[in-house]
Design a binder for this molecule. Structure first.
Ligand SMILES: [Zn+2]
Length: 281
């Protein structure tokens, strides 16, 4: 197991963030599929000054002690009421993309941002139990943002070992299954990490299958798709993947993603994948 920056380094980065909290980190995320984003009116805006939260769990003998994981719950509940903020272009790693999007929702109205937030909290609890330090890219589900570039760059800022971004897709009703998006080789951005991201993606896909989820019928190959246009992944500077846990527009997937049991299974699968990946290193 490789040596890592100590918790002290993470704590120092957090302190720096607290000091920088007056400078607005603006809202939020990118279109990661062809699906139209749904603009759901929502929430009070805290004007997008998300202070990332990092927290450590477990003790020195816990299996993931010392590991730092950025957990990125896609979108945010306040994005829909702040279109001009989330539409503004930001650096996405060799291209410009909107700061963030509102995400999709199930036909019955369960929004993606709520889904990703719930899974992120469950995953955080599991990683803490195993001793990892978790950096969440947002600290609640009613704010705006942060933008995709901010999300991706948090990995370097907090000396993370890897980044896992959580999403639900919005595609044709008949399409179903999960897809793990991983970065391709993007010169100047992912050259040093894309191969390890490929390994992490395979670990996530395998863990999802072993927890009863089916690979996508409509994206990528065997549940994994290579992308070069996602700022969160391009800017992470560490192994990074984005899980589209299912198609929220498909009735069967929507039932799973809307259930607490389904979300817990996704979190357990992701925690298992993080552990599997870490044990390779
Ligand atoms: Zn999304």
């Amino acid at each position: 197991m490789r040596s890592r920056p100590t918790r002290t380094a993470v704590a120092a980065a957090l302190a720096a963030t607290a000091l920088a909290a007056c400078s607005p980190l603006r809202p939020a995320h990118e279109a990661h599929s062809d699906a139209p984003s749904t603009r759901t009116p929502s929430a009070t805006a805290s004007a997008g000054t998300p202070t990332p939260t990092a927290s450590a769990g477990g003790n020195a003998s816990a299996p993931l002690h010392g590991l730092v994981v950025v957990v990125d719950p896609g979108h945010n509940g306040g994005n829909g009421r702040h279109e001009s903020e989330i539409d503004r272009p930001v650096d996405a790693g060799g291209l410009r993309k909107p700061c963030n999007t509102t995400g999709t929702q199930t036909d019955s109205g369960y929004p993606e941002h709520a889904f990703t937030w719930d899974v992120a909290k469950r995953l955080t609890a599991l990683l803490h139990h195993d001793g990892a330090t978790v950096v969440l890219t947002r600290h609640d589900d009613h704010g705006v943002g942060p933008c995709v570039d901010v999300r991706g760059r948090m990995a370097a800022r907090y000396h993370a070992d890897l980044l896992v971004s959580i999403h639900g897709d919005g595609s044709a009703e008949t399409a179903h299954g999960f897809t793990v998006l991983r970065p391709g080789k993007v010169a100047g951005y992912t050259t040093g990490t894309y191969r390890r991201s490929d390994v992490l993606a395979a670990d996530v896909a395998e863990a999802m299958v072993s927890h009863g989820f089916r690979r996508s019928t409509y994206l990528g190959s065997h549940g994994v798709e290579v992308r070069r246009d996602l700022g969160t992944l391009n800017l992470a500077s560490v192994p990074a993947v984005m899980l589209e846990a299912g198609n929220m527009r498909n009735p069967t997937d929507a039932r799973t993603l809307s259930s607490t049991g389904g979300r817990q299974r996704i979190a357990v699968a992701l925690a298992g994948a993080v552990a599997a990946f870490e044990h390779r290193e």
